[in-house]
Design a protein around this ligand. Structure first.
Ligand code: ATP
Ligand code: MG
Length: 354
């Protein structure tokens, strides 16, 4: 198969880590007789400098015409003084809105070689492998009415969902659970919120179409604790927008390294893939950025936009092997550094491709 990928590498370490991710995807796809056709466009600060806008029209058009979009990172100190709606981050928000992805996938996994990087105890995190499916276009962040009334000193937001919005994201979560360990945990606050009662009733109804998946419900407050005390008990975790934002960030401590984590936003017109870390301006241009999160994001592209499960798994295995062999980027080389071989961004990318 041929995958037409739009690459928007953006700012800071975005281009450095993206280059390695694309090279890995290309190697793995070519080995399997497939091809990756890459188009590159500008987004974020670099687009402000050259085009006067963080999301140029031709970038948007190319995104909508592609099979998938790969984003590096946007932003940097250079553009921090701009008003919010003209900053690099606004370009990413506009792109996300245009692509209409409503299911944000965020894995949180423990990697044996890096488990000591996690602040959690080894026997708690070892083997943990959670996939968050966070609803991304509804709930408290988007619901109306919303207002800050400066006269009365009141402000309000609305956590609103329709049945259809819940059904479509629940289906994605159940399908992923079928492909993984057939276990789904749905998170809500049904003991207090009507919107959560609708959420729970709807997810329970959707579950009837997936009899091979075991569904459990957890309240968000106890889930925040359970994820830290027994992360191995969870596999696919389905949440509404706000709860997922909080829980998936919390769960990044399971991995313990920002530079390792991938994400995907699916279900809309075109899927969008990005490592969860930002543009890290403090280390940009030094070739010390960790490209493994971007490389693992490449695995998600192959899994969710190309249907190449074996190739996706091959990338994940290759990353593990590189770590097993003792190779690290600077951010990962904590503790007893004499055991590690610290590599640059390009060197570790090359090791993954070997
Ligand atoms: P943004 O606003 O762009 O999301 P942020 O404030 O969330 O940025 P990041 O840019 O993600 O922060 O990074 C925070 C710090 O973590 C960086 O300054 C950098 O030192 C470190 N970091 C992030 N990503 C990586 C990476 N891939 N490799 C090495 N270090 C990283
Ligand atoms: Mg950030």
């Amino acid at each position: 198969m041929q995958l037409n990928l739009l690459v928007v590498a953006g700012d800071g370490i975005g281009p450095e880590v993206t280059r390695e991710a694309i090279a890995v995807m290309q190697t793995v796809m070519n080995a399997g007789g497939h091809s990756l056709a890459v188009t590159e466009k500008r987004i974020g600060g670099i687009a402000i400098d050259t085009d006067g806008t963080p999301l140029p029209q031709d970038t948007l058009e190319a995104a909508l015409a592609s099979d998938a979009v790969f984003l590096g990172a946007v932003g940097g100190t250079k553009w921090n003084a701009l008003p919010p709606n003209t900053r690099p981050e606004a370009g990413l928000l506009q792109l996300r809105a245009a692509l209409e992805g409503f299911a944000n996938l965020r894995p949180a996994f423990s990697i044996a070689e890096l488990a000591s990087n996690s602040p959690l105890k080894l026997d708690i995190v070892s083997g943990a492998d959670i996939l968050f499916v966070r609803e991304l276009l509804g709930g408290l962040y988007f619901g109306a009415p919303r207002e800050w009334n400066k006269h009365t000193g009141e402000a309000w937001n609305t956590m609103r969902y329709t049945r259809d919005e819940i059904i479509r994201v629940a289906r994605i979560a159940f399908e992923l659970a079928q492909k993984r360990n057939k276990k789904l945990t749905s998170v809500d606050k049904a003991n207090v919120l009507e919107v959560s009662q609708l959420w729970r009733a709807t997810v329970t109804e959707v579950a009837k179409d997936y009899p091979d998946v075991t569904l459990e419900h957890q309240l968000v407050d106890s889930m925040a604790m359970l994820i830290m005390t027994s992360p191995r008990n969870y596999d696919v975790v389905l949440t509404e927008n706000l709860f997922g934002d909080i829980l998936s960030d919390e769960s990044a401590v399971i991995t313990g390294s920002l530079g390792m984590l991938p994400s995907a936003t699916i279900g809309g017109k075109v899927n969008l893939y990005e490592p969860i870390h930002g543009s890290a301006p403090d280390i940009a241009g030094k070739s010390i950025a960790n490209p493994l999160g971007a490389i693992l994001t490449g695995a998600l592209v192959l899994r969710h936009s190309a249907g190449l499960e074996a190739e996706a798994a091959a990338i994940e295995t290759a990353v593990r092997k590189v770590l097993e062999a003792g190779y690290r980027t600077t951010d990962l080389a904590r503790g007893n550094t004499t055991d590690f071989k610290v590599l640059s961004t390009t060197e570790i990318g090359a090791k993954v491709r070997e």
